[in-house]
Design a protein around this ligand. Structure first.
Ligand SMILES: [Zn+2]
Length: 383
């Protein structure tokens, strides 16, 4: 069992200084912090863009090197989101290989990136999935002067099929800069509409960005502490504000559509829309994008999605004591409180890399005031 130090990522969309959960974790690990910098993500794993280090004989060593450059199949992150992130999808395994072949400068690895989101903050604001047909027609109705000038809109209104809905979205992502600008100025004029606040917030950060037009057709929702979402391949999403943990396959492959100064790959986004649109519609009222989770015991929630062997996650609230079979190799983090794991004391914000089977491990809560909260992530197929 090795003490593990994650790698912070200071992307500009992160919460700044003390306000960032990532900053707080780094500080609790006695690492240097800069109060004026954004702290967006904390990476625990072996991805080459930010491999963790582990402590061996009081020396920090690159975890990837320790594993003889054989990467872990998963990556575990803490996120502190201060402003909207790009509207994105992640490719499946097959498509990731293709993308890596044709654009290796953008798609730097050839792996898929299914994600598990678990909300840590009281509220987490995000966009996910496209609106249902009915909801999309309402939105068009609210912004008649913007959308009704397109032939594709009329077709969708007259024959409200998924195919026509898709054609309209593809029409929108092909608009030129002037058309986007013109449409957005009309959208901003509308006051008494459902997405008024959302549009204004997005415009503040990304004026004249195509993503705002597309965001109008996405579900704008709030998740709450402990809520989870399984983000499968080709599933559109954009985080807006809050703290969460994210577990994923070890990859950094992102196809971006908008709400970003980064490269927007509209051609690939169109391909994904063409082939997968029917899986991208979500009714948040009966959201089926929950991870297949089940209670292992009272204080333990185990997250795993059938078919995703790269990882599974245990989300554990320790009131007194929890017994759990821990198999090699996994990453363990105490997010709240203080626990002991097989006699090793683990304080808030600290994480460990466990390389050996512990069989039945005992996690004991050492916080006298409240229950402690820990996570661990491991390869699924070893369970
Ligand atoms: Zn994502």
């Amino acid at each position: 069992m090795y003490r593990l130090f994650g790698k912070p990522q200071n992307y500009e969309w992160g919460k700044v200084g003390e306000n960032s959960l990532v900053y707080q974790i780094i500080k609790k690990n006695n690492k240097e912090v800069d109060d004026s910098k954004p702290y967006a993500e904390y990476w625990m794993g072996t991805h080459k863009n930010g491999p963790s280090t582990i402590l061996i004989d009081n020396q920090e060593k690159n975890l990837l090197e320790h594993l003889n450059n054989k990467p872990l199949p998963y990556l575990f992150k803490i996120l502190s989101v201060n402003k909207p992130l790009s509207i994105q999808v992640h490719p499946d395994k097959f498509y990731a290989k293709f993308l890596h072949q044709i654009k290796s400068n953008i798609y730097k690895d050839d792996n898929h990136k299914p994600e598990l989101f678990i909300c840590l903050s009281k509220d987490f604001e995000l966009l996910f999935g496209f609106k249902t047909i009915e909801h999309a027609l309402n939105t068009i109705n609210e912004y008649k002067e913007v959308f009704e000038k397109y032939e594709e809109t009329k077709e969708f209104q007259e024959d409200s099929t998924l195919g026509n809905y898709k054609k309209l979205l593809i029409r929108l992502i092909k608009l030129n800069d002037n058309e986007i600008k013109e449409n957005l100025s009309k959208i901003l004029e509308k006051k008494d509409v459902e997405d008024y606040e959302l549009v204004n917030k997005l415009y503040k950060y990304y004026p004249d960005d195509l993503g705002i037009l597309v965001a109008l057709f996405m579900n704008h929702v709030y998740k709450h502490t402990g809520d989870s979402i399984y983000i499968s391949a080709n599933y559109p999403h954009a985080y807006i504000d809050g703290n969460c943990v994210e577990a994923m396959a070890c990859s950094d492959n992102v196809i971006r559509l908008g709400l970003t100064p980064k490269y927007k790959d509209l051609e690939q986004f169109e391909n994904i829309l063409n082939y997968h649109f029917h899986t991208m519609i979500v009714d948040p009222k009966n959201d089926y994008h929950e991870f297949d989770h089940r209670e292992v015991q009272e204080q333990v929630i185990r997250f795993h999605k059938f078919g995703i062997d790269d990882f599974l996650v245990f989300d554990i609230k320790v009131a007194k004591e929890v017994k759990l079979h821990i198999k090699n190799s996994c990453i363990f983090i105490c997010i709240e409180g203080e626990v002991s794991l097989e006699g090793q004391i683990i304080k808030e914000g600290e994480s460990f890399f466990i390389e050996n089977d512990i069989k039945m491990a005992t996690i004991v809560n050492l916080d006298k005031e409240k229950q402690s909260h820990v996570f661990f992530i491991a390869e699924y197929y070893k369970y």
